[in-house]
Design a protein. Structure first.
Lengths: 122, 896
């Protein structure tokens, strides 16, 4: 059974790029492009990994992560955070809340692959 | 028989003797051996200038004509000396503490150092005193005439007339010499006072000698003399016209205080207040001795001399007729003494007034700025002014004597002169006892009293028809009978003198009181008023000068020239020592300036001294008013508290402004952070796609052609998006910084809209409806491309965000209050109220993210419209999204 990933991202082109990369690596990729019901989407799909954008329409990625970490069934779910704001304080905030990995855009495809595989191997 | 030449010789010798006495006294005073000069006896004797030649000769004549009435002239001053001792003491105290130099100075000083008042008083004093001086000249001339008549060798006629001129000149010389030696009037004229005291003794002795000779030599003893008086038809009867008596007593009393010469000896020359105590009994005694033998001499003259003999000359003619030429000469010298002492003191008093209150102010005015500071000895100016004044006063007296013809009419002039100066009384007495007395009241009273005096007493005194025609005397001027000089307001039958005195003093006092009650004195007046009225309570002087930037050195220069170098240096050194300062220059404190001003006022009068110090200190009369303002505690506290209030309000305002500024800065900083963060996001997002897909294209060899083409298209689109974003950012930056170059041309609104509609293509099925094509035909003076940019943005937004099934955009023009507006209204669901305010902010996007917009479009539109001089706003309540573009107003109108 292949690993599943949920990409929570609002940019269609980025969703397409990530989907392409990960599916070629054998992942089952699902995407969700709205912040408001992102937590429900996670609970519903129960992915092995979540790729979470920070700036989402409706709700910030930080809020979503906080809620996921607070819940029992998603408390230890590996989450790779992506942000287009590459500032240090964003990274610090992400780590504090409990992001498993933090990457700033633009990323290299190889890096994303390496990161998700590392996270799933833990 | 004493020859005229002998008499002249005696006169000259007597004059020389007086010179010696005066000179000796001056020398003694200079050497500091003036102890005996400053005795109460000398002071009392100097007061005897009240008894002039008019009293010496005239009292007998008066008695011969009107009986005991002559006594009124003595009773008045006696009453003042005894009954009004406290009032006199107050005047003397004020005079000394304020360094008063004359009656004019006293009144001017009391009423706020008003020079106008001083000038008025001076003029009245000159007019009132001139006839009196003429009277003295006449008496001397007449006494010469008596001797001339008895001397067969004498040349009569014109020769005797010139006697008056010679006497006047001699007196002028004496007065100039001893009256203007010292500048400071308060240093007192020791020489003059001493000479006057000697003269007082001489005239008393002379009169007593004649009296004794008449009673015991001629009359055969006291009893016989009394019997003869009793037998006399006129003198024996005790008939007293009570009105005239009380009038005359009042007049004499008033004159005793108000006469410039009496003020001079009584107040100015006073060395010690205690002398007044001695004088209060000694002077009445002197006066009593003077009047003791008046009746016997009058009776003897009337009975023993031929009918028609001038009773005014009985004192001379009685001894002459009996061959007692020695006694006659002695008597003559007594009369001469009386005349000269009066003239000398009167001339000094008047010259002080004239020079201080008329000449000096004019001189100061003519030489503004240099009056006090620039080189040149002011002392010389003052002394010259005094000398010229003395000569002028004496010449005036002589002129009056010549003009009035020296007739018998002169005899009555004494009382008229008294009543002239008595006009000072209300202002003077009111000023020292009543704090409410005001300058305007004093001026009005003096003016009115003086006018009535001129009309009712002075002008008629020249004789009927001389100045005032007989018809006017009888019927009044212009037929106004109530203005008849001897029957004002129709009250007839009164003694002319009592009538004139009554009306002038009554109206004077009434105006003085009335106007004072209804006027508010200036601060300076109130200050001086308090100083005068409460002279016994206030030992300290008023602080006229506070602070100030006076140059002590300038003050020193001025003081040296007014007081003399030595005197001024002593004063400055003393004051410096008192302040604890080394050397000659004390700090120009208010106290020091006060002392200095008072010293100077002794030389030039209070008003002038105040003005001179004011010139140097740089402030004139303001400081006292400042002081009053400061003293007014309520005002001060109110001012202070209002200042505090203003200050705290100002502080609060500043704090608020600071808080606002801080908030703005914080906000700016937050905005900057947010802006950078946004830009980062907007740039990185397309770059992420580009990088990712370019890596896919690079690394994945097994892509289909369709995939390759699609991914290349994504990369291309995102690159365009990036470019657009950078363009927008640059555009916005330029617009916000005001660096944009507008290409203003004449464009038609329809063309601009056409351009915008075609640029957007309307390919997504948006229907653009132009509702008011006719109104689009206006011409604008603006940047057409920029305006089109705004329109394109609005149409594109409608294309992107209008969520209606069949989206349409209505463009309509509207005119309101002179403004041309273009409304863009779509049929979508519009923008929610709470977001309407945000849509023009940078990076604000509403609803779901759609490809393309970075959220800068409306922000750019707003900037553009602001640059073009118009505006853009969201128009709520139109169902769909509605934007209103306000066209540049002035240009739109100009383009019609």
């Amino acid at each position: 059974m292949s690993k599943s990933v949920l990409v929570i991202e609002d940019e269609p082109n980025i969703i397409e790029a990530i989907s392409f990369i990960l599916s070629r690596d054998g992942w089952r990729v699902a995407s969700h492009s709205n912040g408001v019901d992102a937590v429900e989407a996670v609970e519903h799909r129960k992915p092995d990994l979540v790729i979470l954008d920070v700036m989402l329409p409706g709700r910030s990625g930080y809020d979503i992560l906080r809620e996921l970490r607070a819940k029992e069934n998603t408390g230890k779910l590996p989450v790779l955070m992506l942000t287009a704001r590459g500032q240090t304080k964003d990274r610090a905030l992400a780590e504090e809340i409990g992001a498993s990995r933090f990457m700033s855009k633009p990323f290299s495809n190889a890096e994303v692959l390496e990161a998700v595989n590392a996270l799933i191997a833990l | 028989m004493a020859s005229l030449n002998l008499l002249i010789g005696v006169c000259v010798a007597y004059g020389a003797f007086l010179f010696l006495v005066a000179f000796g006294a001056e020398r003694a005073a200079l050497k500091g051996k003036s102890g005996w000069l400053r005795s109460p006896v000398v002071y009392t004797l100097s007061l005897s200038i009240y008894c002039t030649a008019w009293t010496f000769y005239g009292a007998v004549g008066y008695a011969a004509r009107s009986g005991l009435e002559y006594l009124t002239i003595y009773i008045g001053p006696t009453l003042v000396m005894i009954g009004w001792f406290w009032a006199l003491r107050k005047i003397v105290r004020i005079g000394r503490s304020q360094r008063i130099t004359s009656v004019a100075d006293l009144i001017s000083s009391r009423y706020g150092k008003s020079n106008l008042l001083a000038v008025a008083v001076t003029l009245i004093a000159v007019v009132g005193t001139t006839p009196y001086i003429a009277l003295q000249l006449q008496s001397v001339t007449q006494s010469f005439a008596v001797f001339a008549a008895a001397d067969p060798t004498a040349r009569t006629g014109e020769e005797t007339q010139t006697t008056a001129l010679w006497v006047a000149m001699g007196l002028a010389a004496f007065t100039v010499l001893f009256g203007t030696r010292n500048l400071d009037a308060n240093e007192r004229h020791h020489g003059v006072v001493m000479a006057i005291a000697v003269e007082a003794v001489v005239k008393l002795c002379a009169l007593l000698a004649v009296g004794i000779y008449v009673v015991w030599g001629l009359g055969g003893g006291v009893v016989e003399t009394l019997a003869r008086i009793d037998a006399s038809p006129r003198l024996g009867q005790w008939h007293v016209a009570s009105g005239r008596w009380s009038g005359l007593i009042f007049l004499a009393a008033a004159a005793f205080i108000c006469l410039p010469r009496m003020f001079q000896v009584l107040v100015v020359e006073n060395e010690d207040e205690r002398h007044l105590r001695t004088a209060s009994w000694a002077f009445p005694t002197y006066v009593m001795l003077m009047s003791l033998f008046v009746m016997p001499i009058a009776v003897a003259g009337l009975t023993m001399l031929p009918r028609g003999a001038n009773p005014d000359m009985f004192v001379l003619t009685l001894p002459l007729s009996q061959g007692q030429s020695g006694l006659a000469v002695f008597s003559f010298i007594g009369g001469f003494s009386s005349a000269t002492s009066m003239v000398i003191v009167a001339a000094i008093a008047l010259s002080t007034m004239v020079s201080n209150h008329i000449v000096m102010p004019i001189w100061l005015k003519l030489e503004p700025g240099r009056g006090a500071v620039v080189s040149g000895d002011v002392r010389n100016v003052v002394i010259m002014a005094r000398r010229i004044s003395i000569v002028a006063v004496l010449f005036l007296g002589y002129l009056y004597y010549r003009l009035s013809g020296g007739g018998a009419a002169l005899a009555a002039i004494g009382l008229i002169s008294f009543s002239g100066v008595a006009q000072f009384l209300p202002a003077m007495i009111g000023g020292i006892f009543w704090r409410g007395a005001a300058r305007s009241g004093a001026l009005a009273g003096l003016g009115a009293g003086f006018a009535i005096w001129l009309w009712c007493l002075f002008l008629p005194s020249f004789g009927e028809g001389v100045v005032i025609p007989a018809s006017v005397m009888q019927q009044g001027p212009l037929g106004l009978s109530w203005l008849r000089p001897y029957a004002l307001f129709g009250i007839e039958g009164m003694d002319p003198l009592v009538h004139g005195v009554l009306w002038s003093i009554l109206i004077n006092a009434a105006l003085f009181t009335g106007i004072s009650l209804f006027s508010f004195p200036s601060p300076m007046e109130r200050l001086q008023g308090a100083q005068f009225v409460n002279v016994f309570q206030h030992s300290a002087s008023p602080r006229g000068w506070e602070g100030g930037t006076a140059q002590s050195e300038d003050l020193m220069v001025m003081a040296q020239r007014l007081l003399g170098a030595g005197e001024a240096q002593l004063l400055f050194q003393r004051e410096a020592a008192r302040q604890g300062v080394q050397g000659y220059l004390p700090e120009p404190t208010g106290e020091f300036l006060q002392v200095l001003e008072r010293e100077l006022s002794g030389s030039v009068g209070a008003a002038t001294a105040h003005a001179m110090v004011g010139q140097i200190v740089g402030r004139t009369a303001v400081s006292v008013e400042d002081l009053m303002a400061v003293a007014d505690e309520t005002a001060q506290i109110m001012e202070y508290s209002s200042q505090l209030e203003a200050k705290s309000a100002e502080l609060a305002r500043t704090a608020r402004q600071l808080r606002l500024a801080n908030e703005k800065l914080t906000q700016l900083s937050v905005q900057k952070d947010a802006f950078l963060s946004q830009i980062s996001h907007e740039l990185r997002t397309p770059m992420t796609s580009i990088r990712s897909f370019s890596e896919i294209l690079r690394d994945s060899g097994d892509l289909s052609e369709g995939q390759k083409a699609r991914y290349a298209q994504v990369i291309h689109d995102e690159a365009l998006r990036l470019t657009r974003l950078l363009d927008d950012l640059l555009d916005l930056s330029v617009l916000e910084n005001g660096q944009v170059n507008l290409n203003v041309t004449r464009v038609r609104l329809r063309d601009v809209l056409d351009q915008a509609v075609s640029a957007t293509g309307a390919d997504r099925g948006l229907m653009v409806l132009r509702r008011t094509p006719a109104q689009e035909e206006i011409w604008l003076e603006t940047d057409g491309d920029r305006l089109a940019q705004v329109f394109i943005n609005l149409i594109a937004n409608a294309e992107k965000y209008c969520d209606a099934a069949q989206p349409e955009l209505r463009i309509s023009l509207r005119q309101s209050e002179g403004q041309m507006m273009v409304d863009f209204i779509d049929n979508g669901s519009g923008i929610e109220t709470d977001q309407q305010a945000m849509i023009f902010e940078k990076f604000s996007r509403i609803g779901e993210q759609k490809a393309g917009g970075a959220g800068l479009g409306l922000a750019i539109c707003r900037e553009i419209m602001a640059r073009l001089g118009g505006g853009i706003s969201y128009l709520p309540g139109q169902r769909g999204a509605a934007f209103r573009v306000v066209l540049p107003q002035a240009r739109a109108i100009a383009a019609r």
